[in-house]
Design a protein around this ligand. Sequence first.
Ligand SMILES: Nc1ncnc2c1ncn2[C@@H]1O[C@H](COP(=O)(O)OP(=O)(O)O)[C@@H](O)[C@H]1O
Ligand SMILES: [Mg+2]
Length: 452
Amino acid sequence: MPPRPPPALHLPPEDLEGVTEDTWLDVIHKMEEVYSKLVTDEVELEEKNAQLEQSQQFIFSLLSSMSDVLIACNQDGLIEESNAALCELVGRSEQDLLGTPVPDLLADAQSVQRWQLAMYHAAAHEVAVVELNLRDAQGLPVPVDMSCTPRHNSTGRQVGRVLVGRPLGELKRAYHQLREAHDALKLAQQQLLHSEKMASLGRLVAGVAHELNNPISFVLGNVHVLQRYGTRLGRYLEAVHQLDLPAPIQALRQELRIDTLVNDLPSLMEGTLEGAQRTADIVDGLKRFSSASQGKITPVELNAVVERAIHWVQKGTAPNFEIQWTRGPDCHVSGNAGQLLQVMMNLIQNAADAANANTSAGAAAPQLRISLTQQDRQVQLRFSDNGPGIAAAHLSRIFDPFFTTKSIGKGTGLGLSISYGLVQQHGGHLTCANLPEGGAEFTLVLPMASLV
Ligand SMILES: Nc1ncnc2c1ncn2[C@@H]1O[C@H](COP(=O)(O)OP(=O)(O)O)[C@@H](O)[C@H]1O
Ligand SMILES: [Mg+2]
């Protein structure tokens, strides 16, 4: 504003007689002084105003460009100042936020409690850091690490608090995704290691089975022939012994204990045959674990297979074993019905063995839950028992051929390895885990037969 011109000087009328010219000049001089001071003050005031406006503008631009949220509140926790980041986060205007109690912006009771602790219980000069969940514009909680600093007026009296914080939502989400990706990678790595191990075991076992197959077939075939020969020889000797044999022959019969020997022969043959047969069965099992031959492939309805497996196990070794079966919708996989039945029976038999082994006092009655579900053209069968579960150290070895914790004669350790191989050959996978409530759970996933 340009300085105002000095007021026009009018000489006084004649009635101001006695006032000398000097006095008038003095007055005029003083008036000019006062006026020029007024002008200087006004200029100064305007400069200060401009400075104030500038610094206000600066503060406003700072507040607007801050990506952290900011709240200044009074001693009662009512908002006195906020910034654009906060307005955007909570979906309210600055005007609207003015005078709002801070707890109104919080998403849960826990945050309110933390806020109250920081606001009213932290010492007057203490900077408290609290994790608060602000409610965003959609009503969802957004975690923010807030530093809550006391605010003082010019006389040093505390007049409220300033809260500044960075919304962690994005960061946390990114961290969460990273952790999930890491877990998935770890799992994939474990699965890769496991399938590598199973594949090399498969090759080894296939070689061993191939090498054993021929000799054991000779042994079995020859023992069968020997059995027949033995019977015939026995009959012949019986006839010879009816004759009146010379004394040296009779003595030799006694000396060589021919009668005992002939009596022992059948049981010896039977023992040999049984051993040879068991070896042949093991070789057969090893071949199934490793071979790619799948037998006859037809569409197989899995619910029916599970029901047959339950029937056979209950009829065989576990008549009192309680099985809760949740039938799924009809579903067909393409495979070999006999082999799939064998897999299910192995799993059910193992569950029965495990659950029955839990004989500690107060243990629940042995029980197995089986369910069948379908998703994304895959069938999932879960076998969850209430046995003792699988020891952590055994989890990675349970599908190895000959791994067993059962006593000799009770377990061969082949059931799961054969099942694993069969399921792989059907394009599926078999996994195991322990249930949080105890007991083991085997999950069998098979691809559904393609729609014709
Ligand atoms: N449901 C289960 N609960 C606990 N352990 C199990 C279960 N199923 C299998 N196992 C463990 O896996 C081992 C291997 O099983 P498997 O290959 O069928 O051989 P086997 O039954 O002859 O021992 C078992 O000896 C047992 O230790
Ligand atoms: Mg078994």
